[in-house]
Design a protein around this ligand. Sequence first.
Ligand code: FBP
Ligand code: MG
Ligand code: MG
Length: 340
Amino acid sequence: MDHAAEANRTDLMTITRFVLNEQSRHPESRGDFTILLSNIVLGCKFVCTAVNKAGLAKLIGLAGETNVQGEEQKKLDVLSNDVFVKALISSGRTCILVSEEDEQATFVEPSKRGRYAVVFDPLDGSSNIDCGVSIGTIFGIYMVKDSIEPTLDEVLQPGKNMVAAGYCMYGSSCTFVLSTGAGVNGFTLDPSLGEFILTHPDIKIPKKGKIYSVNEGNAKNWDGPTAKYVERCKFPKDGSSPKSLRYIGSMVADVHRTLLYGGIFLYPADKKSPNGKLRVLYEVFPMSFLMEQAGGQAFTGKQRALDLVPMDIHERSPIFLGSYEDVEEVKALYAAEDKK
Ligand SMILES: O=P(O)(O)OC[C@H]1O[C@](O)(COP(=O)(O)O)[C@@H](O)[C@@H]1O
Ligand SMILES: [Mg+2]
Ligand SMILES: [Mg+2]
């Protein structure tokens, strides 16, 4: 690269600069959110490095523990959880942490407390770790009412009350997608700079897509509307082309593709799992928040996903999210079922 081209690179919009710019639009802001976010970003860089050298550093395989959901924890799950818990506490801006990997919420000790509660899935798509397929981290942020004596009610809040949500995908590149409630922006890690650079400004999901994404191995246990919807994807009644099926099995990767290309991602209820599989606080809410901010929709089969009020920090919910018109079709099928 010549000198001029090299100098031009300093004009890049890094995630820090982006968030500082956003902050300057809120004169009342004290910079707490910026500090919190920069610690989340730091955690993601750590995990990205660990994921990249997992095979070399013997980080693949099981850690020998079982988490609260009875799932075996992979070594990277444990490491990622430790990284984020430490990064979030050391930001001095959090008071409650809810992690997929911890049975109980963590209440930060009073001297280190701040105004935010963070819910997160430190490593999403664990079953894909050992074969090197894309995995990620998902997070959602609430601002608490009482940071002096916070209670669990601060996080048992509908997703629409989140002040920010995002994910980082550890894939062929490391991608950080963020919404602070004013659209969705995507950043890509430039390994030579160690910085996330704005590469996908103001992401908007296409109104309708050509892809559906679901674990079809569960089809025998689906309810009527889900079965009918997937049948329509394959055999459209209006003479249009069938949709393509893509399913990675890492929510971050399946949702990222859905966000960029359009279409629908679904993890529905079935007879064996009446609440579906995905967790409300740190999987369903952050992804639903991003989808709505990008112009799409997220529906549980009964209601707008972001209106759900969780009763438990590890609660699950069915989820249908993606392009506005595709989710609209699912909603119509459930509405027709309700009228029967
Ligand atoms: O293997 P299944 O049943 O299709 O489930 C896949 C889903 O499970 C998950 O892997 C669950 O996430 P974790 O790996 O964080 O437990 C999602 O990422 C993914 O959408
Ligand atoms: Mg997950
Ligand atoms: Mg996980």
